[in-house]
Design a protein around this ligand. Sequence first.
Ligand code: GRG
Length: 296
Amino acid sequence: MEEKKFKVYLKEKQELIDSALDSLLSREDIFPMILHRAMRYSVLAPGKRIRPILCLAACMAVGGKEEDALAPACALEMIHAYSLIHDDLPAMDDDDLRRGRPTLHRAFNEGTAILAGDALLTLAFEVVAVAKRLTDRQVRQIITELAIGAGHRGMVGGQQADLNAEGKTITPEELKYIHSHKTGALLVASVLCGAIIGDAGPKQMVHLKKYGQANGLAFQIKDDLLDIEGKSAKLGKSTGQDKKAEKATYPSIWGIEASREKLKEATATAFALLESFGEEAEPLREIARFIGEREA
Ligand code: GRG
């Protein structure tokens, strides 16, 4: 797929997801209004929608129907939005800016930010549980993958390890754990959910899981590099945060050049894992390229 065509593809999918999210979220005039306003403020803020798009693209790559994957794709974005809200809280990163806007606890208040995050995490599971286009088996499998990716064996576990590591010297293995759990686990779950919806075969599942892991690694290395080299205006958040918090990152352990090399290797691995897939996996290939080259 040429670059221009992929940009159109991304925009089209972002609009599809935004419109589905809009209809899944409660209206702002429903009591308690502040909670619903807060949920919408965070979820509908301009984000890349990488996780839901990965879910749609993985479903298509194994011959599934995109519309079947739309509700679980939205659930992934809700979980992601909750994680950003809680990550920005004073007890965690204490950030002022997210997606180019004041963070939720700054725009509203801390209590509402905690509750909006909690509500989004639980709504995500409800959205999957009631999805009409899925079989009971698919619902059970998707809920399992979401829980593994988001919970103590996934994102929350990675976030805890990250909190513990602040201001400390950590080993490359510990850094790998943090990255693969904090960021990688939900990206892997995104791909696996799409594969489940498209009824992927066992071999395809294995390849797509590894593709998700390679993508997760590439995503996090790029995130670390952008925190040093990126432009705050483009990123919609402050840069230099990792250094300020004395966080261990790929560049702080390996240096910038070696990190760029590792990023290239991870992208190449993601590509190689899609070799046995046909034309339908083209969006997955482009997403891997995009993750490595993105500026935001
Ligand atoms: C609070 C349980 C809990 C987990 C937080 C998401 C997260 C875990 C931390 C965010 C901190 C951070 C910058 C992690 C690096 C990777 C990451 C998740 C970046 C933000 O995701 P994008 O780039 O954001 O997909 P958009 O706004 O495009 O959706």
